[in-house]
Design a protein around this ligand. Structure first.
Ligand code: ZN
Length: 447
């Protein structure tokens, strides 16, 4: 018996294909062969700012224990299913890929996976690693780009890093593209009962469920949370009026901020990286035409622009309260410079560390009659218009400006959350070890 790791990526297509959906079908076939799983299906969200990413930039790993005969069968089955699936959901832009690794995961793969979370990976690097390890094989269609994500999924084991779970239910083929028949009242009931152990079920500001995606893909719904047993209970509460073809539980880096790489200096930031970096607000934030808010962040050596976009709504109001001199830690992914702006961090979250003391200067009051005096010119003192009192030595009076924000962490509304972004509500719930016992039937096919 050997441990086998199977990585899949870039199987999403514009006309309904989806990497997780393909992975679930593969996993179901593996299960039918009686092969043992050593983990839930892993859904690994890679760098969300990669320009050529497919929707959520999610890759999948399946981890099993198999003998040589089973291994040969599984590989043959995956390759033929991948051909079939890629033929059915043709999309010239995707490059469906599978990577299979036998045995212990090399340290280099873990390093590679970490890099793929927050940086851009050249295909050459992935191919060099793959060719170096004879225990690893791969297969791809149209192009090799998908092996990057597939290899990263294998390398990102979430054994001692944070993770969450997602239960995903898939629709029967004849329902794809039609409205999803999940009763929204039952979603609110579910959220009331289990919401504290779940993540982003419902957007109460927009009065809209977040568990059902839109679009033609085969996903009926996804329930995200901290505990797989809770997700199954929550799923059973939902009133669903269409057949569910597959249901599977994924262990995932969603909502863990795994993509944020802590850099020591703003000087180390390059385009498309996702970072966490500290600095001082160098200019009072400004709202531009279109409603986006921008400010400049500096750390003594380098500066970078930070952008907060219109869809983040009230998040912008907090950012606009920042002042020059405030110490903050910003989190987000980096846009390359353009003709209109420099290298820019798209702000996902901010920690206000220390507020600067901001002084506002007011004209002094007249000591005789109490009315506000007026300046007689720069450095020439003040006079009272009412009683004609003059004081050539009077100066403006500094008053500390009242601040309407406090140190702390701030985030945008739920509607703009990306898969990998960690909501503040998850702070303190981070997991650091592999789950003890797996839910026995974490993949089922009810029809
Ligand atoms: Zn006066």
């Amino acid at each position: 018996m050997t441990t086998i790791h199977i990585g899949l990526d870039d199987i999403d297509s514009i006309n309904g294909g989806c990497t997780t959906h393909f992975a679930v079908q593969i996993a179901w076939e593996i299960k039918r062969k009686g092969v043992k799983f050593i983990d839930y299906l892993n859904l690994v969200r890679l760098n969300p700012s990669v320009p050529w990413k497919t929707r959520g930039n999610g890759a999948v790993a399946i981890r099993i224990e198999a003998n040589n005969i089973q291994l040969a069968e599984v590989w043959e089955m995956i390759v033929s299913k991948l051909e079939e699936y890629a033929g059915e959901f043709k999309d010239a832009k995707n490059q469906p890929s599978v990577v299979l690794h036998e045995g212990e995961i090399p340290y280099e793969y873990a390093w590679f996976a970490n890099k793929a979370l927050h940086d851009i990976i050249p295909l050459d690097l992935a191919l060099r690693l793959l060719n170096k390890h004879s225990e690893t094989r791969y297969y791809n269609i149209r192009g090799k780009r998908g092996v990057i994500g597939a290899l990263a999924a294998i390398g990102y084991t979430m054994v001692n890093t944070d993770y969450t779970y997602e239960l995903i239910a898939y629709r029967a083929r004849e329902y794809w593209g039609k409205p999803r028949l999940v009763d929204s009242e039952s979603i609110r009931v579910m959220d009331e009962l289990y919401g504290k152990d779940m993540i982003l079920n419902y957007d109460y500001e927009a009065n809209r469920p977040l568990i059902t995606p839109r679009g033609p893909d085969p996903v009926l719904l996804g329930l995200r949370g901290e505990d797989p047993w809770v997700l199954i209970e929550a799923f059973n509460i939902l009133k669903i009026s269409e057949p569910v073809e597959y249901m599977a539980i994924f262990r995932t880096n969603q909502h863990t901020d795994a993509h944020l790489f802590e850099v020591n200096s703003i000087c180390d930031i390059r385009p498309y990286m996702c970072v966490k970096v500290s600095g001082v607000v160098n200019k009072k934030p400004k709202r531009s035409v279109g409603g986006h808010v921008f400010f400049e962040l500096c750390d003594g050596k380098c500066c970078i622009d930070v952008a907060v976009y219109e869809p983040t709504k009230t998040f912008r109001d907090i950012i606009e309260e920042l002042e020059k001199g405030d110490v903050v830690e910003v989190m987000g992914c980096v846009r390359p410079p353009s003709s209109l702006h420099g290298l820019t961090i798209n702000l996902e979250k901010i920690r206000i560390v220390k507020l600067a003391e901001i002084y506002e200067y007011f004209n002094p009051k007249c000591p005789l009659c109490g009315s506000t005096m007026e300046s007689m010119g720069k450095g020439k003192g003040f006079r009272c218009r009412k009683c004609k009192y003059r004081d050539p030595h009077a100066k403006k009076i500094p008053v500390i400006k009242e601040r309407y924000i406090k140190p702390g962490i701030y985030q945008p509304p739920r509607s703009v959350f990306k898969h990998v972004m960690k909501p503040i509500e998850r702070f303190g719930k981070e997991k650091r070890s592999f789950p003890g016992i797996l839910v026995k039937d974490f993949i089922v096919k009810p029809i």
